[in-house]
Design a protein around this ligand. Structure first.
Ligand code: PGA
Length: 257
C-alpha cells in the first residue's frame, strides 16, 4: 500500500502574527536540509495564513491548512470565514476540532456541511472525531466514534476516501499531557477502519489515512504510528515549537516505514 504518513501542526491561537512568521521561517530552515517523506501540514490562525503560505511558497515540503471554516459558503455571517476566503492560501483544512465544536456548537451534521464545502472547492479535509472524558468513563467511546463515523459516511464515497483524513483525538488527551496507551488508540483506529470497510470495502478502508492527536510530543509520537496504529499525527502545542515539530516529523517517518 502506498500511503505516506501525514503530520499536521495545529497552531491554534497560540502565536502572535509576528511569532507565526518566525515559527514558520524556523520550521522551513530546519527542514531545508532534510529529506521529507511525509505530508506536512501547518495550520495557522486565519490572520497568519497569508504570511505562512508565503513563507512556504517555494517549498514542496510543507502545505498550509486552516483550522476551521464556516458551515456557510457566503453571506451575512459576521466574524466567520468561508471556504472561498481560505482557498487562495490553503490545500488543507481541519474541521470538527473539539475546541471548535465546544466554542461554536457545530454538530456532526454541521461538520458534514463543512466537508461538502471543502470537497466542492478541492480543499483536503482533516476531520476530527473523539470522545470526552465522561464518555470514556461511561464506556461510551465505541458508540460515540461509531455515531460520528456513520454521520460522516453519509457524505463520503469510495472515490473521496483517498482525499480525506480522519483524526482520532480523544478529547481528554488534548492539551492535558494525558495520553492513551497505544493499544487503546489502536482499538479505535481499527474500529474506524472496520466501520469504513462495512460501509464501503476493506481496500478503501485500508487506504484511508487516520491520524492520532492529543498531547503528541517528540518522545511519544512514534508509539502511535505504523499499522495497526495511525498514519500520522495531529499536533497542537508541540507544533508551535519548531525543534519539537521537526523531531516529531522524523519520529513519525522512522516508525511508519
Ligand atoms: P495538543 O493538541 O497536541 O496540544 O494536545 C492537539 C489538537 O488539539 O489537535
Amino acid at each position: 500500500m502506498n500511503k505516506k504518513p501525514l503530520i499536521a501542526g495545529n497552531w491554534k491561537m497560540e502565536l502572535s502574527h509576528k511569532a507565526a512568521e518566525e515559527v514558520g521561517r524556523t520550521i522551513k530552515s530546519l527542514l531545508s536540509n532534510t529529506q521529507v517523506n511525509s505530508d506536512i501540514v501547518i495550520c495557522p490562525s486565519y490572520t497568519s495564513l497569508a504570511i505562512t503560505a508565503e513563507t512556504f511558497a517555494k517549498s514542496s515540503k510543507v502545505n498550509i491548512g486552516a483550522q476551521n471554516i464556516s458551515t456557510e459558503e457566503k453571506g451575512a455571517y459576521t466574524g466567520q470565514v468561508s471556504v472561498t476566503q481560505i482557498k487562495p492560501f490553503v490545500t488543507w483544512c481541519v474541521i470538527g476540532h473539539s475546541e471548535v465544536r465546544a466554542a461554536t456548537g457545530v454538530t456532526d451534521e454541521g461538520v458534514v456541511a463543512q466537508l461538502e464545502l471543502l470537497q466542492k472547492h478541492d480543499i483536503l479535509p482533516i476531520i476530527c472525531i473523539g470522545e470526552t472524558a465522561q464518555e470514556r468513563e461511561a464506556g461510551q467511546t465505541i458508540e460515540k466514534i461509531t455515531n460520528q463515523m456513520n454521520v460522516l459516511l453519509t457524505n463520503i464515497n469510495r472515490a473521496s476516501l483517498t482525499k480525506i483524513v480522519i483524526a482520532y483525538e480523544p478529547i481528554w488527551a488534548i492539551g492535558t499531557g494525558i495520553t492513551p496507551e497505544p493499544d487503546e488508540a489502536s482499538e479505535i483506529i481499527l474500529l474506524i477502519r472496520k466501520i469504513v470497510a462495512n460501509k464501503l470495502d476493506k481496500e478503501a478502508a485500508d487506504r484511508l489515512r487516520i491520524l492520532y492527536g492529543g498531547s503528541v510530543k517528540p518522545d511519544n509520537a512514534a508509539q502511535y504510528v505504523g499499522a495497526p496504529l495511525a498514519d500520522g499525527v495531529l499536533v497542537g502545542g508541540a507544533s508551535t515549537h519548531p525543534g519539537d515539530f521537526v523531531k516529531i516529523i522524523k519520529e513519525v517517518e522512522k516508525s511508519y516505514q
